[in-house]
Design a protein around this ligand. Structure first.
Ligand code: AQP
Length: 332
């Protein structure tokens, strides 16, 4: 039976791209009845500097975001990565399987390290080995993610295949990314060529799940667009990335399609469309943000959920790590 694993970093606040590209898919997969594990990848977060108090807050806030979005600890295993040491232990083995050349090709490392690679943390470079360990510690085969994670998932497959070849075993499964829907790559509201991101220096570039109704309306009103009205057909969006992004966001929020949005709004101006988009976003997101703030009032309860999830996660990961060590030849 397939097992699903995915994770999000507890940095800053959950943004609309994380929600539409990842969390909403997590909920769908949970409700389809397969075994699902959803992690808060705090160890990944510290590959770039995080203020300790902010990291603690963001971890609980992300847990609250998971719960408010419909993840249910009775159905999914919800936990934070640091509580399950098998991730790091397996990542070490994978660091010895992965090749420098493979990691050197990772575009996320190049983007996040920027020009001064010498100053990037070693953790940022080996991030994909830890991610492979997150997934393979559970022999998970399906990983719901946004488009930007495709390359890391290919690396996860390469690591599994090389491990199996090197040791002559058929132990780690080949994982499949699940990249589905209209919102697999939500773009920045300020620049249609950049993905929406928690860490973009401009808060106006993204919708945070913690934004209030006025802020959401203001961000959509100020979102960058071209002066033309919305096209009458989908083809007309081809070289209009900002317009396409807003249409896709509207479709994803309303569980509809870009086609249907164009059928409704084709020929209308952005001054008509943007307030409608803001209304839909507020309608869909404000119940989430109020539930998140309610849950955040009881951090002890959130911690209990994460602790219970970690115990269940360890019960799966520990025997897989033990078997890995045996395959490698460790005396355990
Ligand atoms: N813009 C996006 N559109 C669709 N999906 C997205 N994801 C991120 N941005 C978009 C998906 O959200 C999941 C969690 O991402 P992450 O926190 O592990 O790291 P990230 O991909 O680097 O996301 P951010 O928001 O850009 O965070 P920072 O700024 O901290 O690096 C993944 O499934 C991702 O695909």
């Amino acid at each position: 039976t397939p097992r699903v694993f995915s994770g999000i970093q507890p940095t800053n606040h959950l943004q609309l791209g994380n929600y539409l590209g990842a969390v909403k898919r997590f909920v769908d997969m949970q409700n389809s009845g397969i075994e699902t594990l959803y992690c808060i990848v705090d160890l990944h977060a510290i590959t770039v500097w995080q203020d300790p108090a902010d990291l603690t807050r963001a971890t609980r806030e992300l847990a609250a975001g998971y719960l408010a979005s419909g993840l249910d600890p009775a159905k999914s295993i919800l936990f934070n990565q640091a509580r399950v040491p098998e991730h790091v232990q397996l990542a070490w083995v994978f660091n010895c399987v992965a090749r420098m050349g493979w990691l050197n090709r990772m575009t996320q490392f190049k983007d996040k390290a920027g020009k001064n690679r010498e100053a990037a943390s070693v953790g940022l470079f080996t991030y994909p080995s830890l991610m492979a360990a997150d997934i393979l510690a559970y022999h998970a085969t399906k990983v719901p993610v946004g488009e930007d994670q495709k390359q890391h998932l290919e690396l996860t497959r390469d690591i599994a295949i090389k491990f199996n070849n090197d040791y002559g075993v058929d132990f780690f499964p080949v994982t499949e990314p699940v990249i589905e829907g209209v919102a697999t790559r939500v773009m920045s509201l300020r620049d249609g060529s950049k993905k929406m991101s928690k860490s973009d220096p401009s808060d106006m570039s993204r919708i945070n799940l913690t934004d209030d109704a006025d802020t959401i309306a203001k961000k959509f009103r100020k979102a960058k667009t071209d002066p033309e009205p919305l096209p009458e057909t989908l083809d007309g969006l081809a070289d209009r990335p900002e317009a396409r992004n807003l249409v896709n966001i509207y479709a994803a929020l309303g569980d509809s399609t870009a086609d249907a949005v164009i059928a409704e709004f084709g020929g209308r101006s952005f001054s008509d469309f943007k307030p409608r988009l803001a209304d839909l976003a507020v309608e869909k997101l404000s119940p989430l943000s109020s539930e998140m703030s309610r849950l955040m009032q009881d951090p002890a309860e959130i911690d209990r959920v994460l602790e219970g999830g970690a115990e269940r996660a360890r019960a799966i990961a520990a025997p897989i790590l033990k078997r890995t060590y045996e395959i490698v030849g460790m005396v355990t």
